[in-house]
Design a protein around this ligand. Structure first.
Ligand code: AMP
Ligand code: MG
Length: 366
């Protein structure tokens, strides 16, 4: 299959009509959103969802997020629409928030990975909204990467992973945010974040006026090497089962192992330099801040994620940076922790993504 890459300039771009027709006919179209690129198909067509799982190489028990362009579509897709959903939609849609609700009959279980709930989001991107409108159906879309690879933040990343597998990629340039949407489950007694993202728990709490929990199964905990080995053997490791099925899988990982080094900035740099020094004949990669990059002159590859403490920049660049390491032959990567703990907004999202990229390999120094 030839994969067309089409630049989209606005929500009214004529090419969106052709892309919408591909979706209506059961085909797949990758498209930009404000978070990462999505791989879209008709959410109401079980065969289209099967094609998404196949193109990604994703297990079919890992449900897809259904993207809409108008709030009225929620009533068609969800059996119950709680007041909390309306309030959150008012505050954050279109935007990087996904809500889990009880699914309506209309939504095939193939789309929801066999669950009786459905994940809904209205993305804040003209190409995405235009595509959904032109398709005339809600669009199921996970991130447009091959399963296990870092999520795509440019059309070129999508092409790397999907060339020959899908007919069309819409190119809207680099995405804005760079990490996936916050997922909040509204089907339980207490709203619960199943995947942290740009919309923090504090932001949700402010709108809802009640406490919002974080799924205890995804709270960051460093694991030992032994636990890591067990995880690599059977694919899952955590004693608690995360409620968003996707959070169970190894994810966002570069090809080489990544070790996250936490602690005061100077101690982090000293630790990484010592590792490079002690293993001189091995090619080492370092993911670091602009302030410390000059120190790592003996590393094989140094990737600067942004200024120290600039968490939006780290989020924006992270997946492209991880892909960058895949271009060279390296033994392992050390990542500075960037002062993540100091940030209020992106803290949980970045801790979660870095921990996943590191497969739990975290060293604390200083
Ligand atoms: P992705 O689109 O690649 O970011 O993956 C979608 C994420 O949404 C995965 O982590 C899924 O497990 C999660 N998800 C989708 N639908 C549901 C649902 N009904 N309940 C819980 N998590 C969901
Ligand atoms: Mg994904």
């Amino acid at each position: 299959m030839r994969t067309e890459v089409i630049a989209i300039a606005s929500k009214d771009d004529e090419e969106l009509k052709r892309a919408g027709a591909v979706i209506r006919a059961g085909g797949l179209v990758a498209f930009p959103t404000e978070t990462v690129y999505g791989l879209g198909g008709n959410a109401l067509d079980a065969d289209a969802s099967r094609r998404i799982y196949a193109a990604k190489g994703r297990p079919s028990d890992n449900p897809l997020i259904v993207h809409i362009s108008d709030f009225s579509q929620v009533f068609m897709l969800a059996e119950e629409v709680p007041e909390t959903a309306k309030r959150l939609a008012d505050a954050f849609w279109p935007g990087p928030l996904t809500m889990i609700l009880k699914k309506a009959e209309l939504v095939p279980e193939t789309t929801t990975g066999g669950l009786d709930t459905v994940a809904l989001r209205m993305p804040n991107h003209p190409a995405a909204l235009g595509l959904i409108e032109q398709a005339g159906v809600p669009i199921a879309a996970p991130s447009a990467n091959r399963s296990g690879r870092p999520s795509p933040t440019t059309a070129a990343h999508v092409f790397e992973d999907m060339d020959g597998k899908i007919p069309m990629i819409l190119d809207g340039g680099e995405v804005e945010i760079g990490v996936e949407s916050t997922i909040v489950d509204l089907t339980g007694e207490v709203p619960m974040v199943l995947r942290p993202g740009y919309i923090s728990r504090e932001m949700l709490q402010e709108v809802l006026g009640v406490a919002v929990e974080l799924d205890p199964a995804i709270v960051v905990k460093p694991v030992t090497d032994e636990a890591n080995e067990a995880q690599e053997k059977d694919g899952e490791a955590q004693p608690l089962r995360p409620r968003a099925p996707g959070m169970r899988y190894r994810h966002y990982a570069p090809k080489a192992p990544l070790i996250l080094v936490k602690g005061p900035a100077q101690a982090v740099t000293a630790y990484i330099l010592k590792q490079i020094e002690e293993d001189k004949d091995k090619p080492i990669g370092v993911l670091c801040s602009a302030q410390t990059a000059h120190a790592y002159k003996d590393a094989r590859r140094v990737v600067v994620a942004g200024a120290f403490g600039d968490l939006p920049a780290l989020a924006h660049n992270l997946y492209a940076d991880l892909r960058d390491f895949d271009e060279v032959d390296i033994d392992r990567i050390y990542a500075e922790d960037f002062g993540i703990a100091e940030d209020e907004n992106l803290k949980e999202a970045l801790e979660n993504r870095m921990m996943k990229a590191a497969g739990g390999h975290i060293v604390t120094v200083g």
